[in-house]
Design a protein around this ligand. Sequence first.
Ligand code: NAP
Length: 246
Amino acid sequence: MEEKQVVFVTGGSRGIGKAIALKYAENGYNVVINYVSDKTDVEELEKEFKGKGAETLILKADVSNSEQVEEVVKKAIEKFGKIDVLVNNAGITRDMLLMRMKEEDFDKVIEINLKGTFLVTKAVTPYMMKKRNGRIINLSSVVGVTGNAGQCNYSASKAGIIGFTKSIAKELASRNIRANAVAPGFIDTDMTSVLSDDVKDNINAQIPMKRMGTAQEIANVVYFLGSEESSYITGQVINIDGGMVM
Ligand code: NAP
């Protein structure tokens, strides 16, 4: 029997990350995920992934903490021996207009979204290099391309992820490691559930497809970018946004 491939999805406990991890599980991958909240029901998650035929390693670890990141990667390698696909998905928002944004809210978003992506990629890449094979997919956002009032911290982190992705794509291509980013538009998850109905209606009106996207619609593209079907694609940013940005 062929050895199962392994995906590591950061922040795979909810929303887009969970949909991505489940998509890989359904397609025969074993799954590593991390989370930070004490509310996370690890047993329930394990059961759900087992139902898809996947073995899992589910650990509490903050992506912005290098020691915790190294520990997760070490445990993943001990359990599965390799990581074939890394999805840097963990992310937060702390929205506020520039004039009222606190320094700590700027720092927190950059630390988790951008530095977290760097720390996890740095910890995983040596194992991919050894295998001369790997795929990295980073979650950016349309607002990393366009900017967005009230999100200067978040937009900066997501624009940073684009520069980071293109740079590592150039560094790692010769080792047969591909790196791409996806830039989702407005996707129906806990992250956007805080928006009022008025704000949501306003956003939907500006989307050519007139609706928010689903986590599944992001997972489908992230799965494609981690598969052999995308074997000649690296350093790209794929918008998944119902036509918001063209
Ligand atoms: P979400 O529903 O809020 O889920 C966030 C996930 O990240 C959770 O699993 C959370 O873990 C985890 N997480 C947060 N901080 C973490 C940390 N410090 N260390 C490890 N894990 C952490 O978010 P989402 O909507 O699915 O978004 C997923 C990604 O897509 C993010 O990078 C986001 O910026 C990006 N994105 C989302 C949208 C959208 O409209 N939803 C649009 C564009 C881009 P816990 O469960 O433990 O809290």
